[in-house]
Design a protein. Sequence first.
Length: 132
Amino acid sequence: MQLLVLKNIGVLGIHSQSAIAERLLIDAPAVSRLVDRLEEDGLVERRAGENRRCVRLEITEAGRQEYQALQRAVEWLDAQARASLPPPEFEELSRLLEKLQTGLFQLLSAEPSAPPRKDEPPDAPAPTNDNG
């Protein structure tokens, strides 16, 4: 999700949290939490906007480098999946991943607490799949 926020700011030139929320179909508090984390990590800066009530989001050089590294990783993973799967299976995988992404966006939008950070252990064990 942070990759999408970085892309919206750095590549697509969207600089307002509300526009990012609208584009990603998530609520404003979820975007605010994402931007908070990106700002803590030095990947995004909040700057004064056109008036006192709004801020303008800017990607930092570190954010640009992080986005490029993540984009390369996504492209590599896509190439590996295409090489490993016949076209119909790759299309099915893509369809299922889009469905999962939509569900996760909805969960993030509805969830009052922020998702765990990569450097923090989870609070509870992940649910298991008992379908075999």
